[in-house]
Design a protein around this ligand. Structure first.
Ligand code: 5GP
Ligand code: MG
Ligand code: MG
Length: 180
């Protein structure tokens, strides 16, 4: 285990099992259709890579990067698109892949943008959800794990851009934050 990790919340095996389960459910629901899968960078990159291996309907995928405009505007949920999609969404069945939903602001703004591009449907899969932290009404169509209000790292999720490479998900030791 990494020296900065206090506790492992989900092991590599638990994550793999959950991702498989989500892939199966999504494949059932989209039977007979084609999917357009969007990975929201950077946190969802490992989740998306593992998830698509378990989706059996034909799909295309792309990446989007968004960032909040800053603390003062964050409450309005306004985000800036850093990297946009390469193709139009007109008529497509879109699945947004998110690492974790916290306040829900980033995602609700993103859903708004994508729906205005005349997608046929827009759904969301989030590996982690912290519903207690929500400031806007938003329930993902597919959720991996529901978490209490705790900050997690690993499996794509960072603290100060580190720990994304950990194959498990855990909580950092207090001293890691106080050093920062
Ligand atoms: P929201 O707009 O829902 O408040 O922001 C969600 C984003 O905040 C996530 O995509 C992620 O980048 C970050 N975030 C929220 N909770 C956590 C957490 O527990 N750990 C990490 N590493 N990032 C988080
Ligand atoms: Mg994210
Ligand atoms: Mg982050």
């Amino acid at each position: 285990m990494h020296n900065d990790i206090k506790e492992v919340l989900y092991t590599e095996q638990q994550l793999e099992q959950k991702v498989q389960e989500l892939g199966r459910k999504i494949s059932e629901d989209y039977q007979g259709r084609n999917l357009f899968v969007i990975c929201v960078l950077k946190g969802a990159f490992i989740f998306m890579a593992d998830l698509v291996k378990h989706i059996t309907v034909p799909l295309e995928l792309d990446f989007m990067a968004v960032s909040s405009y800053g603390q003062s505007t964050k409450s309005s949920g306004v985000v800036k698109i850093i990297k946009d999609l390469d193709v139009p969404l007109e008529g497509r069945d879109v699945l947004i892949v998110e690492d974790i939903i916290d306040s829900g602001l980033t995602l609700s703004y993103l859903i708004d943008i994508l729906e205005r591009r005349n997608a046929h449907s827009v759904s969301v899969v989030a590996l982690f959800d912290k519903p207690a932290r929500r400031t806007v009404e938003l329930t993902p169509d597919y959720t991996g794990f529901t978490l209490p209000d705790e900050f997690i790292v690993g499996y794509g999720l960072d603290y100060a851009e580190k720990y994304r490479n950990l194959p498990y998900v855990g909580i950092l030791k207090e001293e890691v934050y106080s050093k920062a």
